[in-house]
Design a protein around this ligand. Structure first.
Ligand SMILES: [Zn+2]
Length: 114
């Protein structure tokens, strides 16, 4: 399964996801990638209906997860009844289909032992 890549600014070490053209902290343009993983806290979420045909689902739930260092990332929430503040872990999963090909992306599931 693919990994989701985050990016670290080589100048100031700020982590971003997804990649920005310039670092939001120092304006640097030189990044290295890292595997986005670990635990996040759910900050907020929304459920989207009326999806395009690229989604083979009745609805999807998107959430913003905050990592320990403050990095916030938008991902697909694989939780039936999400609650703000719950602990999640990063996984990779199918986020949509493009021409019949599943596209992998950032997802969150309920953290083990949470
Ligand atoms: Zn920077």
């Amino acid at each position: 399964m693919n990994k989701v890549e985050g990016f670290i600014c080589r100048s100031c070490k700020t982590r971003t996801y997804p990649r920005h053209r310039r670092c939001p902290t120092c304006g640097g343009e030189d990044f290295e990638s890292f595997d986005l993983g670990g635990r996040v806290r759910l900050l907020t979420f929304t459920r989207i209906y009326m999806l395009s045909l690229a989604f083979h689902e009745r609805f999807i739930t998107l959430g913003i997860g905050e990592f320990e260092d403050g990095l916030r990332a938008l991902g697909k929430l694989l939780v039936d009844e999400p609650k703000v503040g719950m602990e999640l872990e990063v996984v990779t999963g199918v986020v949509k289909m493009e021409n019949g090909i599943p596209i992998q992306g950032l997802c969150f599931k309920e953290a083990a032992g949470a």
